[in-house]
Every structure is written in C-alpha cells, then in structure tokens.
Write a protein that binds this ligand. Structure first.
Ligand code: AMP
Ligand code: ZN
Length: 114
C-alpha cells in the first residue's frame, strides 16, 4: 500500500466524500479548513508537487484548473471571489507530497500570505 495519504483516499471508495470526481481528479473538503469553503483539488495520478510539472503536463494542469472552477460554482463562492493556492516544497509550506490545489473562499482573504 502506498504511503501517500491522498493516493490512499483516492484508492478507497467511500473513505472520503468527493464533491467532484472524473477520470483525472477529485475534489474533497480539507480536513482542517482555513476558510468557510476549503476544498482540495487533487489529480488521481501521483505527482509529488508542482516541481514535477512541465510543458507536457499542460493538459493535466488545465483540466485541474477546470475542476477548481467547477468547485467555485458548486460551493457558491464564484461571484464573491476566492483564492487558489498551490503550496510547493518546504518553503512553499507543502505538507502533503501529492499535488493539490487549495480552493478557499467564503471570507475576505489577506495579502501578503503568511
Ligand atoms: P499543503 O500544506 O499545501 O500540502 O496542504 C495539505 C492539506 O491537506 C492541509 O490543508 C491538510 O489539512 C489537508 N489534509 C491532510 N490530510 C487530509 C485528509 N485525510 N483529508 C482531507 N484533507 C487533508
Ligand atoms: Zn499520492
């Protein structure tokens, strides 16, 4: 069994309720939400981080962006605004080494980020 927590929850149907699922990716609520809406969009294929992405992943990246867009509609945050976050590597604050977008909304976001 893989040690990757996101690969595990993708591989075990019923373990996690998905807001969205297609052949490429899934979306599910973050277990430790940082905003009223906090959804993770995750590719089914294990990719450790955005560092691994290159030009050949343009279709995958675009597809994941489409899932993020669907999440903003499904959760009702699209009109008021939202934030996509892609933490990458240690300095980027990445804690789960499986590529994922955070979709955050439902409150005013601050800048600069911490
Ligand atoms: P990051 O720090 O960008 O790597 O984000 C990892 C995110 O995954 C954090 O916001 C965690 O709260 C979240 N997370 C970790 N384990 C789970 C899980 N089993 N289900 C849902 N979210 C999780
Ligand atoms: Zn994984």
């Amino acid at each position: 069994m893989t040690e990757c927590i996101f690969c595990q929850l993708i591989a075990e149907p019923g373990r996690t309720k998905f807001l969205l699922e297609d052949d490429v990716g899934v979306a599910f609520n973050d277990i430790n939400p940082q905003a009223p809406t906090h959804v993770l969009v995750v590719p089914k294929r294990h990719i450790a981080s955005a560092k691994e992405l290159g030009e050949h992943d343009a279709a995958l990246f675009g597809h994941l962006m489409g899932l993020c867009q669907q999440v903003t509609s499904l959760t009702g945050i699209r009109e008021a605004g939202y934030r996509y976050v892609l933490n990458t590597g240690d300095n980027g604050g990445q804690t789960v080494n499986h590529l994922h977008f955070h979709v955050l909304g439902g409150r005013q976001m601050k800048w600069p980020p911490g």
